[in-house]
Structures are given as structure tokens and as C-alpha cells.
Design a binder for this molecule. Structure first.
Ligand code: COA
Length: 141
């Protein structure tokens, strides 16, 4: 008996569950020509900056006060961002320590003039709650 795969038979493979952003939509902004590099793509640093700001917003809300970025895990840019794309940044507080917290940050691009969105990158940021003197302070429960 000859065995052939689903793909060989031309039948549709079972659909993968649609990938969706995780967390709260915290920052939404449009990629502008001023943010491009010499190739005409958007600077990775601009995307990172939007993610840092989104994480900061989530961190301030959770820590009920001032926070600073102390670290972020290794980050890979999966797809480029182009002028006109809407960058949507989602955040989720995944761990709260004594004075620090880990915030998962995902950046998605809604492509220019479409409803198509793609994940651009994600990273886990660590923020530390600080007092007026810049010293770590306990995060309220
Ligand atoms: C963040 C900062 C206040 C921490 O000061 P510190 O003297 O290292 O404080 P501590 O050693 O008590 O650590 C405080 C918390 O940060 C965590 N932490 C410190 N360095 C870390 C690192 N590299 N990665 C992950 N967490 C870290 C500690 O684990 C601790 O967490 P916990 O209280 O939940 O257990 C200080 O390092 C700082 O001001 N850094 C500059 C931040 C900044 O300017 N960011 C913007 C850069 S442009």
C-alpha cells in the first residue's frame, strides 16, 4: 500500500491556532520616515525605544511610582518594520520580586493600509522601582 502525506494528497493541513499578541496593548504608534535607516527600514533602536517606553508604563502602573530599566533579555528582530506600519506594543507583568519586576514586551506591526499584523520582536525587560533618590524601593503588593 502506498502511503502519502496530507500535503502530497493536496488536502489542507490542520490549521495552526492563529498567533495572537500576549498582554495589554500599551503603546500604539506609527512608523515614520524620520525613523528609517539607510536601507529605508525602521531602525531597530526605534522599536526598542517604543518597547522600553511601553514596559515603563506597565512598570509604573504596577509599582505605583517611578521605575528604571535595569536589564533586558536577548532580543531577536524577526521581521522588519516599514514606514506606515502601526507598531503595537503589548506588555504583561510576569514576575514581581522585592524591588524588581519582569515585564514581557511584544512588538507587532500592523502593515500599512492592511489589517495584517505580524510579530516583530519580543523581550523580557527587568524594571526596578526606585525612590526619589534613585534607590530601589519595595514594590507594593
Ligand atoms: C536599577 C538600580 C537602581 C539597581 O540598583 P542596585 O544597587 O543594583 O540594587 P540591588 O542590587 O538592590 O537590586 C535591586 C533589584 O534589581 C535586581 N537587579 C539588579 N541588577 C539586575 C540585572 N542586571 N538583571 C536583573 N535584575 C537585576 C535585583 O535582583 C533586585 O531585585 P529584587 O529586589 O526584586 O530582588 C541601579 O542599578 C541603577 O540605577 N541602574 C541604572 C538604571 C537606568 O538608568 N536605566 C536606564 C538606562 S538609560
Amino acid at each position: 500500500m502506498q502511503v502519502s502525506s496530507i500535503a502530497e494528497q493536496g488536502a489542507a493541513a490542520p490549521a495552526e491556532p492563529e498567533e495572537a499578541p500576549q498582554g495589554d496593548l500599551t503603546v500604539r504608534t506609527i512608523a515614520m520616515p524620520a525613523d528609517t535607516n539607510a536601507n529605508g527600514d525602521i531602525f531597530g533602536g526605534w522599536v526598542l525605544s517604543q518597547m522600553d517606553q511601553a514596559g515603563g508604563i506597565a512598570g509604573v502602573e504596577r509599582a505605583r511610582g517611578r521605575v528604571v530599566t535595569v536589564a533586558l533579555d536577548g532580543m531577536t528582530f524577526l521581521r522588519p518594520v516599514s514606514v506606515g506600519d502601526v507598531l503595537c506594543v503589548y506588555t504583561r507583568v510576569s514576575h514581581v520580586g522585592r524591588t524588581s519586576m519582569k515585564i514581557e514586551v511584544e512588538a507587532w506591526a500592523r502593515r500599512f493600509r492592511t489589517q495584517n499584523r505580524e510579530r516583530v520582536t519580543r523581550a523580557i525587560f527587568t524594571f526596578v522601582a526606585i525612590d526619589d533618590e534613585g534607590r530601589p524601593r519595595p514594590i507594593p503588593t
